[in-house]
Design a protein around this ligand. Structure first.
Ligand code: FAD
Length: 434
């Protein structure tokens, strides 16, 4: 069958939109297929938007993109049952345009991005699921959709179908995603009057605060929590590794975990009075560098969550999604211009470009982090407790001299973890982030 399109992009999340936009802007004939009712209807994200990745695709995106607040303050909290110890990084430099990070609401943002894709000339079909890839020998030549006469042919197919891509699995490009490589996150959007948000977080009309959390809120499981300020709402969520949910002796459900987190004395006053507008759960691929599958082949490439491109340490996903989408598109554009065809030897330029970018460099830097955290649950349990206890002891003025307090703190550390364990943990962590 002759190709009807230069490229088919499956999925209209950030990776698919970045890819389809770049291709269409360069004048290629693009079909984008999305199973949701509209782009964004099926998508879940915290959500922090990192401007740089989008700027490389749509430089003037700030003119009309639906952005909630630019972030001027980031808080990082270690929590035990009753307290948190943390750092707050706030700078007036973050309050000067062009801003670097924004909070967004994905449903609105994806709709906006998709409109740009269509303006650039791509054809979008929604409410359509791609069931299979069509092969001609070892070459992908099109997709089969859940519609009558649903076979469509193209020179190249880009899989931007999100985490747990069934298409890549069915085609044998990679196996089942392992439960230790994927997190299950739940989040709520809580409506709150703008004025309350401004007062509670000490921010202006357009500026915002994000809080990242680790510790007792995940019930001993490997995971993190977050609280972000939007214009007239807060987003609160928590995510833990799927394997940990399965093995958790308390059988804590994701929903119960979020409810418990909302009751934490450091969090409850910030969200008090918030009215729930949206609740959702979604997977996040957090296996990192070692879990990235083969991402290109004869007539196909994988971008975004579908390829596991998430930097869990820095909570970056959408920017990796957009960058992989853009680089895959540029590979197709170059292959077409040079009449190089779309076999693997031509499309491997995508992997080379990724290796040269921050995407693979960052994932490589943290390549051992998932393993280290998995094997050492104390980073999510004893350490937040120890640090919080130590801070409380030092700060409490009770007539005990500071030297004695230091000795008490050290003794409590050693009671929880032997000296060799403490030194070993510090070394493991240093090795994983160096
Ligand atoms: P998706 O956004 O999942 O899009 C995939 C699209 O493909 C969907 O629209 C889906 O409907 C469609 N699709 C799937 N299968 C088919 C099919 N067979 N046929 C047709 N269409 C199909 N990242 C950040 O940068 N900042 C954050 O603050 C952040 N917070 C997060 C919080 C949570 C709770 C979660 C779950 C994720 C968060 N991420 C964050 C990660 C980020 O959301 C993802 O990395 C990003 O959405 C990946 O984009 P994508 O386009 O690859 O996949």
């Amino acid at each position: 069958k002759p190709s009807q399109f230069d490229a088919i992009v499956v999925g209209a999340g950030p990776s698919g939109n970045a890819c389809a936009y770049t291709l269409a802007k360069a004048g290629l004939k693009v079909l984008q297929i999305e199973r949701g009712e509209y782009p964004g209807s099926k998508n879940v994200q915290g959500a922090i938007l990192y401007a740089n990745a989008l700027e490389q695709i749509i430089p003037d995106f700030r003119d009309d993109a639906p952005l909630e607040r630019h972030i001027i303050e980031q808080r990082m909290w270690l929590l035990d049952e009753t307290s948190f110890v943390g750092t707050h990084i706030r700078s007036e430099d973050y309050n000067k345009p062009p801003y670097n990070r924004y909070t967004i609401l994905r449903a609105q943002f994806d709709k906006w991005f998709s409109a740009k894709v269509r303006e650039a000339g791509a054809l979008l079909i929604c409410e359509t699921t791609v069931n299979h890839l069509i092969m001609d020998g070892d070459q992908v030549v099109g997709v089969q959709c859940d519609r009558i006469q649903g076979d469509v042919y193209a020179d190249v197919v880009i899989l931007a179908d999100g985490v747990n891509s069934t298409l890549a699995r069915k085609a044998g490009f990679h196996g089942e995603i392992k439960s230790e490589n994927v997190a299950l996150a739940v989040k709520e959007i809580l409506f709150m009057p703008e004025e309350t948000i401004r007062q509670r977080f000490n921010i202006g009309e357009e500026s915002g605060v994000v809080i990242e959390m680790v510790g007792r809120i995940t019930d001993g499981m490997m995971g993190t929590g977050f609280l972000y300020t939007n214009k007239e709402s807060l987003t609160i969520g928590v995510g833990c590794m799927l394997g940990d949910f399965k093995n958790n002796p308390n059988r804590t459900s994701p929903y119960a975990l979020l409810e418990q987190m909302k009751r934490h004395p450091a969090i409850a006053p910030l969200i008090e009075g918030g009215e729930m507008k949206e609740y959702c759960a979604h997977l996040i691929p957090e296996g990192g560098f070692h879990a990235i599958p083969q991402i290109y082949g004869n007539g196909w490439m994988i971008v975004g969550d579908s390829g596991g491109f998430v930097n869990a340490v820095h909570r970056e996903g959408s920017n990796l999604a957009m960058t992989t989408g853009r680089l895959a598109a540029e590979t197709v554009i170059n292959a077409k211009a040079a009449s190089k065809g779309y076999r693997a030897d031509s499309l491997k330029a995508y992997k080379t470009a990724l290796d040269d970018s921050f995407v693979m460099k960052d994932l490589y830097k943290y390549r051992d982090m998932p393993k280290v955290l998995h094997k050492n649950p104390q980073f999510f349990t004893s350490y937040p407790d120890m640090v919080a206890q130590a801070a409380r002891t030092m700060i409490t003025v009770d007539g005990v001299d500071k030297k004695t307090k230091e000795r008490e703190i050290f003794a409590s550390f050693r009671k929880t973890r032997k000296l060799t364990g403490l030194v070993g943990d510090a070394y493991k962590l240093w090795k994983a982030i160096r």
